[in-house]
Design a protein around this ligand. Sequence first.
Ligand SMILES: Cc1ncc(COP(=O)(O)O)c(C=O)c1O
Length: 405
Amino acid sequence: MRRGDDVLDSRTLMMLSEKYVANTYARYPILLVRGKGTRVWDLEGKEYLDFVSGLAVCNLGHCHPKVVKAIRDQAEKLIHVSNFYYIEPQIQLASLLCQHSFADKVFFCNSGAEANEGAIKLARKYAKEKTGENRYEIITMEQSFHGRTLATLTATAQEKFHKGYEPLMPGFKYVPFNDIKAVKNGVDSKTCAILVEPIQGEGGVNCPTEGYLKALREICDEKGLLLIFDEVQVGMGRTGKLFAYEHEEVEPDMLTLAKSLAGGVPIGALLIKKGIADSFKPGDHASTFGGNPLATAAGIAALTAILEEGMLENCRNVGEYFLFHLEKIKGKFSFVKDVRGRGLILGMELKIDGSSIVKEMMQRGVLINCTMGNVLRFLPPLIVIKEEVDRVIETLEEVFMNIAH
Ligand SMILES: Cc1ncc(COP(=O)(O)O)c(C=O)c1O
């Protein structure tokens, strides 16, 4: 960035950020300007190995050539038109998503929160039409995360996100994750759906216990409820299958996607089974940018690359290798409480605060994340190789040794 003839340095830019950008993020003091594959570089040219991937956005790695080309080609042809008209890449991306999932129809939007808003609205509308009753309540799980809009932050069963925004939206009931009895007890005449992440990401990389998602499906079938999977974080290959539900032999009625769906271009999508999608009629729901040519052209390139370039297999192989080595570290340091995850969404729960560890790793050129205060979360691009995992493991051990002494 320039002001007059001066190229601004990081410090100046960070000061300008503090001055002009709303203060909603606690930022680390680095300014990233370039990315390629698993690496990013800051303004001073320092290289980082990126095990955050824009929080599960850059599943293909940074600036994947097919995504870059698709964006470039589409930008020269048509960037945006209204959903008043048919949009070629939107049609292609929707049909690809349906071909590779349980879904029959797709509603496009711009973010995970917006995809979940769509799911919440459709669940309410479908239930009212189907049952003729005022069924509107959705059961969600403690430690969940579904977004920051008023409805999705209410769906998010974590008090810290609610504070200051009351009154919250009516129509949500919270139960503990992995507790089928609590779900059964929670269902009543107002319930229309269950919304759940197949693995809770923000909530601490919490995996479902064996049979949990299947049992949720059974409750939904028995009680006439919709099962909604929020795969905003774990979809698009993150767990080693295109969608996390594929591990469990359970299909949802709706599924939400965003983050990595278009390789870094903002997008969201609500995948829907046919009988349910029919409750949305023209004018019932909309989004100006939803499924625009640029985002969906990028989405086609990203989805095709995930499917054709062996990323799912690499995710499973390197994920297993990574998990094995995290387990080994756990055995060496008493302040490591648990290691868990699937594919390349892995978490290490500590008995101590994790924020200083993230900073220490960053100083050593490795970007990782910490969620819930004490769970180190690793979300490398799906193209990551074992040697890169080795480097992260070695760096983590070095940082842990310093803490232990
Ligand atoms: C599971 C899940 N759902 C929804 C969201 C919200 O997505 P967005 O920030 O794109 O609105 C997130 C974001 O982290 C998420 O992890």
